[in-house]
Design a binder for this molecule. Sequence first.
Ligand code: 9WN
Length: 444
Amino acid sequence: RSIAYDPPGSPPSLHVRAAKVLEGNWTGASTVPSRGLYPHQWSWDSAFIAIGLRHLSPLRAQTELETLLAAQWGDGRVPHIVFNPSVPLDAYFPSPDFWRSSTAGRTAGAPRTVQTSGIVQPPVHALAAWLVHRADPGLSRARGFLARVYPRLAAWHRYLLHRRDLGGGGLASVVHPWEQGMDNSPAWDLPLARVTPAPARSFRRADLDHGAAEDRPTDLDYGRYVRLATDYRDGGYADGTGGFAVEDPAFNALLIASEHALARIAAELGAPGTARHARAERLTEALVERLWDPASGMFLCRDLRAPAPDGRGTLIPERGVSGLIPLLLPGLPRTIVSTLLRTASGPHFGLGTTTRLLPSYDLLGEAFDPHRYWRGPAWFNTAWLVERGLRTQGELQQADALRQSVLELAGATDFAEYVDPYTGEACGATGFSWTAALALDLLH
Ligand code: 9WN
């Protein structure tokens, strides 16, 4: 009789397949981005994962964020990796013995019981916490979810807005390419060129055991990542003096979106959120003031360490998908929105025209490579953010089309980490958590 309900050979739905990926990557308290390549908990991955998980299990989604926030440092930073102590040290580089958080991070208030990295990742967490709450407000209130995460999220934003305002213009800076999350974006080539690479023999890359070398950052990139992280660690993870300091549009747009979410969380907890909304509006103005480039028709990154007469650094002349992500912001001036929409669908990104999915970097840029990590391939988290942005700006048709491509490609590639933006061919890992989570979110 079961045949009538479950005919043999009928393929499982995208929902069921995505749920299986997340189930397989769940460790009991959090979700790994991918079993082989990334066997620990990553900060912005967990926020995206929670956004999808809330449709399967609001409890697991709350736990995902709680586990991450439990590893927060005393100064408010939320580390980019929380290490799983049962995973062998050589499974991922850099491992806990490189970061030495509990000793090198003591002044900055690193936790004693759990090992973490000392850098951060984009602040998607307050946004995720609000969406997770909304999925099951009854459960959330019964567990005191928002009341427990709110002070931690507020301290996290405070860290970014104060300790990381390295340019003095109100925006948060990243001090390492891993912090912005698009590790080898061509936007970093100029600021990284000033960094002396650590010798290749001083570390061993574990990523090459899992990923094709042509799809990953180069050894020279890694030498520079290691130098910057080593210097940061050796300075006790104090902010302000490092050789790399960049204001990035996606990182700051996510901070602003999260500040709006934090205002909603405050209101839900009975405190007025108006001051936070006002701060988010001021940050939106600072974003436009410091990072908008009319000539490129999009937001660019500001390199604070580039020599410039006015001490404000200089805009980096590379178009990355990061510069389209401010579409998420409801308070963006209308002329900027229409310019961004034109840039997205024009020859540099081919949204809805020449590409199957929005590339991470300028199709016409000299450094464009359709397979190498953040130097061209399309990623599902940035596609999801732009989809949300299009909807926020009332561009429903374009949003529907992008949603459709995300769902098709997520399914066709077995939830790839990233894809060739023209052909949709899978690159990097498959069974990648945020691809599954964000596809699930778009199904709802
Ligand atoms: C370094 C986990 C992370 C993502 C980043 C992505 C990649 C790590 C790496 O994987 O970075 O943090 O080892 O390459 O670039 O965005 O969070 O999925």
